[in-house]
Design a binder for this molecule. Structure first.
Ligand code: PBG
Length: 345
């Protein structure tokens, strides 16, 4: 029964008249045709696996806020690296939960050639030389206050922090890191690290700049993973980028490239696909995204509740990074995805 007889609800034109005979569904009609026109693909070569390290031997510790992710003692990390290499994952990135007694105001633990990160790098490179080792260089795992910089009178001091992480970066390269990834967003860090690496004979060690790291709430679960959640006072807004900004992200990336970065990273990932596309179009450089802890956890939590199909959402998010222009993605899903891709599903 039509309650509004005044409305004409049917178009006077046929669909073919409207589309001029153009029907975009034609190429979607079958699996073979969808495969033929598929523009982007995710392969194992796109994956970088971030892993967490802890002290001890034969240890695997669960992380409450990141179901399915564990911290590994160095010997276990070596086994995991072997597993990753067998799966064809090109590189892993390490993050350390440092003993609280070894943390101080200045993050001096980064200057220890035998700190947890460097011991893991040596052990992994020794056992699995074919896997790429990416080490995050930042003070936050080593500071008592959880900030990425040296804190003085409530201010994160830029230049001293750069000196500190530059020394740390050289020690990481000496331990065998293939790529140094500075994640602290201090000004001048890329150039200072490049100079120091070159001076010490590490011309072949590359720099992946966390060029555009946003002051994001998506890092929450990671803070539990490296034991900084209870420590962090205040926020990181004086050094990470405001999530509202995109031109500023372009300027940051431009600066890092001018200082010698070999590749760019955008972090977090999925909420920042526009930044990935802009950087790829603007600089045509290798561009990576970090699908961070909060992104991972949201998918796991909704999946565990049966609210989404976890596997399909996982694959769809990773494909979205490719579509946005990424050359690779740091993702906690890496071994699961690699296994799935290998099985051909
Ligand atoms: C800081 C750092 C962070 C992450 C990696 N290195 C963010 C932070 O603590 O502010 C986040 C990674 C994640 O959330 O998965 N150097």
């Amino acid at each position: 029964m039509n309650k509004h007889p005044a409305f004409q609800a049917n178009s006077p034109r046929t669909v073919d008249e409207i589309t001029q005979g153009r029907r975009l569904r034609r190429m979607r009609k079958a699996d073979w045709s969808r495969r033929l026109v598929q523009e982007n693909q995710l392969t194992v070569n796109d994956l970088i696996w971030p892993i967490f390290l802890c002290e001890g031997t034969n240890r695997r510790e669960d992380i409450n806020a990141m179901p399915g992710v564990q911290r590994f003692s160095v010997d276990m990390a070596v086994r995991e690296a072997e597993r990753a290499a067998k799966l064809g994952i090109p590189a892993i990135a390490t993050f350390a939960n440092i003993d609280p007694d070894l943390r101080d105001d200045a993050g001096s633990g980064i200057l220890d050639a035998d700190n947890l990160i460097n011991r893991a790098t040596r052990a992994i490179k020794n056992a699995v030389p074919e896997i790429g080792m990416i080490t995050d260089v930042a003070l936050d795992p080593f500071t008592s206050h959880g900030h990425d910089g040296i804190l003085r009178d409530g201010i994160i001091v830029n230049d001293e922090t750069v000196e500190q992480i530059t020394k740390g970066a050289v020690l990481q390269a000496a331990a065998g890191a293939d790529i140094i990834a500075p994640s602290d967003m201090m000004d001048g860090r890329i150039g200072a690290i490049r100079d120091a690496l070159d001076q010490n004979g590490f011309q072949d060690v590359a720099i992946m700049a966390y060029a555009t790291k946003f002051a994001s709430a998506f890092y929450g679960p990671y803070r539990e993973a490296i034991g900084t959640s209870g420590r962090l006072k205040g926020d990181k807004k004086t050094y990470y980028i405001d999530p509202a900004n995109t031109d500023e992200a372009v300027r940051e990336a431009e600066q890092d490239l001018a200082e010698g970065a070999d590749s760019l990273m955008v972090k977090p990932g999925l909420p920042y696909l526009d930044i990935i596309r802009r950087l790829k179009d603007t600089f045509a450089m290798p561009t990576f995204a970090y699908q961070v802890s909060g992104e991972y956890t949201m998918i796991k939590a909704a999946g565990a509740n049966g609210w989404i199909d976890e596997e399909r959402v996982m694959m769809e998010t990773l494909l979205a990074f490719k579509r946005a222009g990424c050359d690779g993605i740091l993702t906690y899903f890496a071994p699961i995805v690699a296994g799935r891709l290998k099985a051909g599903s």
